[in-house]
Design a protein around this ligand. Structure first.
Ligand SMILES: Nc1nc2c(ncn2[C@@H]2O[C@H](COP(=O)(O)OP(=O)(O)OP(=O)(O)O)[C@@H](O)[C@H]2O)c(=O)[nH]1
Ligand SMILES: [Mg+2]
Ligand SMILES: [Zn+2]
Length: 408
C-alpha cells in the first residue's frame, strides 16, 4: 500500500493506479469490470471509472501491478506526468503508446546521461513518464525500473565491450530459428541462455516447417537439447496454425519478443500474430540462405488478443551479457552434476572421475566451456577498463595539481 504525502489533489489516474495496485487479488483482471457504479453514484466514482478505463488499456499494453505502484508514486508528485510505453527507440527520439494511440516523444538529455552512466539505456518495451512542454513536445523524464531486460554485449573489435539493451519488460522470448540452412543447435543454446539470463521464459519457434521434410525429427533434437522446461514448436510462420500454436503465450497484457538470425521469419510471424501486415518482410540472399536484414529497428506491436510483440532485427552474432556465475545458473544441469565430480575444482576438461563429462553430451559441454571463456574474458576486459580509467583520472588530477603549483 502506498501512502501519499502531498498537498496537491491526487490526479484521477493516480487514484485509479493506487486503487488497482492495492486491491488484493485483482491484479490480473481489468479494473473497470467489478467497479460498475450504482445509479446515483457520486462524482468520485465516475472519475475512478474513467481512469480505470485508461488503466485497463495500459494493462492491455503490458503494464504490471508493481510498475503501476511505481508510476502512481511518481505521478502523485507530478500531476502533469503521463505514463507511456516505448514502442520504438529512434535515433533522435522515441515512439510511445499511451494505451489509446502512438505518438512521438523526446528523451530528456539528463535521463539519457543518467542511464548511460550505468551502462543502461531506454529500450523498446520500457515504461516511461513524460510531460508536455506546452508547445506540443512530450519530454520523457523518468524510466520505471524494468522488470526484465534482455541484454547482450558488443565488442568494438579491440577491447571495448558495451552492453546493449535489446528490449525491456518482456514475459516470453520467442527464439526463432529456421528449419532451413539457419538450423544450429549451438546457436539456439546461446539464445536460450540469453532469455534465461534475463529471467524471461524461452519458447523455441522452429519456422519453415513446410520446407523441411524432417521437421519433427529436428524438433525432437531440439527438445533433447533444451530439456522439458522449454517449449518447442515447429510451424509455418505464415499460417494461421502458427497463431494457435503460440496462443498460450499471447494472453492479454503479455509481452513477447522475437529474436533470432535474419531471414528466419520473425517479421512474418509478427504479421501472422498481429492479424495483419505490421512489419516488412524480406526474401533471402541467393546462395547462402541467409536473410537480408529487412527489419532495422526494434518495434512493439499489439495483437488482437491484447498481447504485445516486439519484432527485432536479425542478430549476426550474439555475445551473452552474463558473468561466469550467472552462466553456471543458466546451465544448472551441469552445475548439479559437478557436485558429483571426484575433484572439487574439476573443470570437466579431462580430469578422471568427472560426472559432467560422463552425462553431458560433448557438444553441449564444449559450448558451455566456450560461453564461460567468453564471459571470463569480458569480465577481465571490464576490470582492466576500470583500472585504466582510475589511472587516467589520477594522472589528470596530478597534472591539475602541478599546473596550480606552477601558477603559484
Ligand atoms: N515457406 C516459409 N517461408 C517463410 C516462413 N517464415 C518466413 N518465411 C519467408 O522467409 C523470408 C524472410 O522472412 P522475414 O519474416 O522477413 O524474416 P526476419 O526474421 O524478419 O528477417 P530480418 O528482418 O532480416 O531479421 C520471407 O520471404 C518469408 O516469407 C515459413 O515458415 N515458411
Ligand atoms: Mg524482420
Ligand atoms: Zn567434472
Amino acid at each position: 500500500m502506498i501512502r501519499l504525502v502531498s498537498h496537491r489533489p491526487i490526479p484521477r489516474l493516480v487514484r485509479a493506479l493506487l486503487h488497482a495496485a492495492s486491491a488484493p487479488g485483482r491484479s490480473s483482471r481489468p479494473v473497470h469490470a467489478p467497479t460498475l457504479a450504482p445509479p446515483g453514484h457520486d462524482q468520485d466514482l465516475t472519475f475512478d471509472m474513467i481512469d480505470s478505463d485508461t488503466l485497463s488499456r495500459l494493462r492491455r499494453w503490458g503494464l504490471k501491478p508493481v510498475q503501476m505502484q511505481a508510476a502512481a508514486a511518481a505521478m502523485a508528485a507530478d500531476p502533469e506526468a503521463r505514463l507511456l510505453r516505448v514502442t520504438q527507440v529512434q535515433r533522435e527520439g522515441l515512439l510511445v503508446h499511451d494505451g489509446t494511440g502512438e505518438g512521438p516523444a523526446r528523451l530528456l538529455p539528463a535521463l539519457r546521461h543518467a542511464l548511460d552512466a550505468e551502462g543502461d539505456a531506454i529500450a523498446c518495451g520500457d515504461w516511461v513518464l513524460a510531460r508536455d512542454d506546452g508547445h506540443g513536445t512530450r519530454w520523457t523524464f523518468e524510466r520505471l525500473a524494468p522488470l526484465t531486460q534482455l541484454t547482450r554485449r558488443l565488442h568494438d573489435g579491440r577491447d571495448k565491450v558495451t552492453r546493449v539493451v535489446i528490449v525491456s519488460n518482456v514475459d516470453t522470448a520467442l527464439l526463432v530459428m529456421g528449419l532451413d540452412g539457419d538450423f544450429s543447435l549451438r546457436r539456439l543454446e546461446r539464445f536460450v541462455a540469453l532469455a534465461r539470463l534475463a529471467g524471461v521464459e524461452p519458447v523455441v519457434v522452429l519456422t519453415k516447417a513446410d520446407l523441411c521434410a524432417e521437421a519433427e525429427a529436428r524438433a525432437a533434437q531440439v527438445r533433447a537439447l533444451v530439456g522439458p522446461g522449454v517449449p518447442v514448436c515447429a510451424l509455418d510462420a505464415r499460417s494461421a496454425a502458427a497463431a494457435q500454436a503460440l496462443a498460450p503465450w499471447l494472453a492479454e497484457g503479455q509481452t513477447l519478443v522475437l529474436v533470432g538470425s535474419s531471414g528466419t521469419g520473425k517479421s512474418t510471424l509478427t504479421n501472422t500474430l498481429a492479424g495483419h501486415e505490421v512489419a516488412d518482410t524480406g526474401g533471402q540472399r541467393k546462395g547462402d540462405g541467409r536473410g537480408r536484414h529487412t527489419t532495422t529497428v526494434r518495434t512493439l506491436h499489439g495483437t488482437p488478443e491484447g498481447a504485445c510483440l516486439v519484432d527485432t532485427p536479425g542478430l549476426r552474432t550474439l555475445r551473452l551479457d552474463g558473468d561466469p556465475l550467472a552462466l553456471d545458473a543458466v546451465f544448472d544441469d551441469i552445475a548439479k552434476l559437478a557436485a558429483q565430480c571426484r575433484f572439487r575444482d574439476c573443470r570437466h576438461e579431462g580430469e578422471p572421475g568427472c560426472a559432467v563429462r560422463e552425462a553431458v553430451p560433448a557438444a553441449r559441454l564444449k559450448n558451455f566451456h566456450k560461453l564461460q571463456r567468453e564471459a571470463r574474458r569480458d569480465q577481465i576486459t571490464a576490470l582492466e577498463r576500470k583500472v585504466e580509467v582510475a589511472q587516467w583520472k589520477a594522472r589528470a588530477r596530478h597534472a591539475r595539481v602541478r599546473m596550480a603549483a606552477k601558477r603559484g
